[in-house]
Design a binder for this molecule. Structure first.
Ligand code: PEP
Ligand code: MN
Length: 359
């Protein structure tokens, strides 16, 4: 064996990851069928992805390398691409059409009017959450947020009301008709949270809690996956892949700022990730300007910037008395501040071509 052919063999045998078969633009349905059969012979599933110019065929089901020697020479095959990305179900290459996620009656995704999710960092009492729910609903929020299971940095701070908080949030949601979103921190509470929440949030600190992601992949409710504070976009999308891989395709990404050298803001809002995630993935993406900046005065400007960048929605913390909040007071908007933001969001949405919906 020559060195070159050994190199080629090595390369073919040890390629892992997603595989995409690109058909010639003149390839007919018989040739596509033959490729689908050849993939099936390998024990894998072929998913044809018709395009405007040519058909591509995604190979699903491989956990390791795919030996493409029985495929690449079939008639009509132009190229077999071994994608080096650690995700495929999340990728636009494998799923070109935009995913629109439905939360209650609210649709989130490309072509839909961007939504505003609002509420306190944490549910603190019945009075606090009901008051906030009514205020944000009146101002135009479409979803209510509120943490019950709180992932706090240290154990000596308010840890959330847990199940009691979840039930209070659900009550406030029922009273206002707003679907609710709340964080789930561990695989063993997924069932409980899924019973009450309309959208389950994975917090930044849990983005790579793979057992949690897999558990969320097994439920029917949609998931809001926040970007880890030190996660690259590739790691973020690979985390989403865990949820899709288990069968739940209703995932919304959420950029919430990343760690950089800058300490003037709590995190650094990586807005360019919004259009880039939309290029690489079909999943909707939202932005959380509250955790991204940590400063009340920056929430409104960055919420608007996120919408201009193409975000499908924003997540904003609102509290009746931010100075008394048990968590994240400095970044929480007052009711008046939230009303002002909503006025501006309405004007911005109209400018961006999303007419106001009759409610
Ligand atoms: C939150 O939404 O309250 C929260 C804790 O967010 P993150 O996980 O982005 O810090
Ligand atoms: Mn918070």
């Amino acid at each position: 064996m020559t060195l070159l052919s050994f190199g080629q063999r090595f390369h073919q045998t040890f390629r892992e990851g997603p595989v995409l078969i690109v058909m010639h633009h003149k390839a007919g349905s018989k040739q596509i069928e033959a490729v689908v059969k050849a993939v099936a012979v390998l024990g894998l599933t072929a998913a044809p992805i018709p395009g405007s110019e040519r058909t591509a065929i995604g190979v699903l089901g491989n956990k390791g390398y795919v030996d493409d020697s029985t495929i690449r020479d079939l008639p009509g095959v132009q190229e077999v691409i071994h994608v080096s990305k650690p995700y495929k179900l999340v990728s636009r290459d494998f799923h070109p059409r935009n995913t629109v996620v439905r939360v209650g009656d609210v649709e989130i995704g490309e072509g839909r009017c961007p939504v505003v999710v609002a509420g306190p960092c944490a549910v603190e009492s019945e009075e606090q959450i009901v008051k906030t729910a009514k205020a944000v609903k009146k101002a135009g929020a479409l979803l209510l947020r509120g943490g019950a299971f709180k992932p706090r940095t240290g154990p000596h701070t308010f840890q959330g009301l847990r199940e009691e908080g979840l039930l209070l949030l659900a009550k406030a949601g029922r009273m206002t008709g707003l679907p609710i979103v709340t964080e789930v921190m561990s695989p063993d509470t997924v069932g409980l949270v899924a019973e009450h929440a309309d959208l389950l949030q994975v917090g930044a600190r849990n983005m790579q809690n793979f057992d949690l992601l897999r558990e969320l992949g097994r439920i029917r409710k949609p998931v809001l996956l926040k970007r880890g504070m030190s996660a690259t976009l590739e790691e973020f999308l690979a985390a989403a892949e865990y949820i899709l891989d288990e069968g739940n395709h209703n995932v919304i990404l959420c950029e919430r700022g990343i760690r950089t050298f800058e300490t003037a803001t709590r995190n650094t809002l990586d807005l360019s990730v919004v259009p880039l995630a939309k290029e690489l993935s079909h999943l909707p993406i939202m932005v959380d300007p509250s955790h991204a900046t940590g400063k009340r005065s920056l929430v409104s400007p960055m919420a608007k910037a996120a919408l201009v960048a193409g975000a499908h929605g924003v997540l904003v913390e609102v509290h009746p008395e931010p100075e008394k909040a048990l968590s994240d007071g400095p970044q929480s908007l007052t009711f008046a501040g939230f009303e002002r933001l909503m006025e501006e969001v309405r004007r911005l949405n109209a400018f961006l071509g999303f007419p106001e919906k009759a409610t």
